[in-house]
Design a protein around this ligand. Sequence first.
Ligand code: GRF
Length: 189
Amino acid sequence: KRAAILISGRGSNMLALIEAAEDAHYPVEIAGVISDKADAGGLETARGHGIPAVAVPRGDYASKADHEHALQAELARLDPDIVCLAGFMRLLSAEFLEPWKGRIINIHPSLLPKYKGLDTHERAIEARDTVHGCSVHHVTAGMDDGPVIMQAEVPVLPDDTPETLAARVLAEEHRMYPLALAELARSAN
Ligand code: GRF
């Protein structure tokens, strides 16, 4: 199976997937990386691992539809079986998602359905949650809304700040995303 990864930033989850796929026994090969931001740090990280990486910046296109067509064209070149969103900060339309139904997944730093959207760690601390975590889920047109594939929990400690909690969750993201992608690849035919 081949996967493409969409990013917007530093790409630490992207790197976790690339490193997992460097193992010959891993059931997925990373076909390439696409960023919607020209300055995403993850682009250089991917290239450093020999993975083709291109930027398709939103600002280069007149409309969201034009931008999505350009993203779709880059995906067509990579010809993946599965698309992984990894810190990709843009909502994709139902039309864009249609050809990828069941084959496009995202990682989100909360125990969905709790805390969709931004500032999840701050919100978990604010709510005095004692457990927090991350989810890999199927992507639908609603934000962070599709069926959950896998979740991992971490404790929220009494003196946690959003930063310390984010770091604890991120370590679980890096462990879980490769597992969830492998599971999807093995179950899809
Ligand atoms: C991660 O916390 C991910 O769950 C969220 O955005 C962050 C991206 O980090 N969607 P990175 O670019 O993978 O390092």
